[in-house]
Design a protein around this ligand. Structure first.
Ligand code: RET
Length: 229
């Protein structure tokens, strides 16, 4: 995450275009938050022991949820800005996203395994609605996008759908789901690969496309509102 952050900082350093700068800023925030939360976990902070109803204890890495709470809305903002989505849609996506992470966090701390699974179901329901709203928004936006912007949006959308759907699967099969299907070490490695791909991979791919990002919302001029013809 630190290397990803340095890469975004290095590439974004001399960027003058306001639109391009906002995409760099978003991805710099994402990797800064992730780097801090991973470092918190590595330093022994960010993990809590939850006692289940049967007396067993589960190590819960709550720092992950703090990371996701802030980074997932930012990752959605990347694609929403690329598609020039309106404010209401962005608020809807962020609202669903925060609800998804918060209900997942509740699920991770609940003592009764059956209730944990119900909370997982609530959180996964929010994810499905979120992905539906996102797909609708992006297809409505497609008509007003250039070919290059449309193709970038569609690649990022597909990557986002596949990667994001993997999180609840890892959660339910991992220690949180209490089904004891995959061990903690495998789960930790899986979340790490997903986090790196969904943050650094997705961000790096997006930021390769300077020309597309500069012309988001029409026109290639930076920032300031364009006067009507
Ligand atoms: C949780 C709890 C169980 C149910 C669901 C979840 C979804 C998590 C997601 C996380 C995405 C994280 C990303 C991080 C970026 O690096 C919270 C695991 C649905 C979708 C993209």
């Amino acid at each position: 995450m630190a290397l990803g952050l340095l890469y975004f900082l290095g590439r974004g350093w001399g960027v003058k275009d306001t639109k391009l700068k906002q995409f760099y800023a978003i991805n710099i925030f994402v990797t800064t938050i992730a780097f801090s939360m991973y470092f918190a976990m590595a330093s022994g902070l960010g993990v809590a022991n939850v006692t289940l109803a049967n007396g067993e204890t589960l190590p819960i890495y709550w720092a992950r949820y703090t990371d996701w709470l802030f980074t997932t809305p930012l990752l959605l903002l990347d694609i929403a800005l690329l598609a020039n989505a309106d404010r209401e849609t962005i608020y809807t996506l962020v609202g669903l996203d925060v609800f998804m992470i918060a209900t997942g966090l509740i699920g991770a701390f609940v003592a009764q395994p059956i209730y944990r699974i119900v909370w997982w179901g609530i959180s996964t329901g929010a994810l499905l609605v979120l992905l539906y709203v996102l797909a609708q928004t992006l297809s409505a936006a497609a008509a007003n996008q250039s070919d290059a912007a449309r193709s970038l949006t569609s690649t990022l959308k597909n990557a986002l759908i596949v990667l994001w759907l993997a999180y609840p699967v890892v959660w339910i099969l991992g220690t949180e789901g209490t089904l004891e299907i995959i061990p903690l070490a495998t789960e930790t490695a899986a979340f790490m690969v997903l986090d790196i791909t969904a943050k650094v991979g997705y961000g790096a791919y997006l930021l390769q496309n300077h020309d597309v990002l500069k012309s988001v919302g029409g026109g290639s001029e930076s920032g300031s509102a364009q006067p009507a013809d």
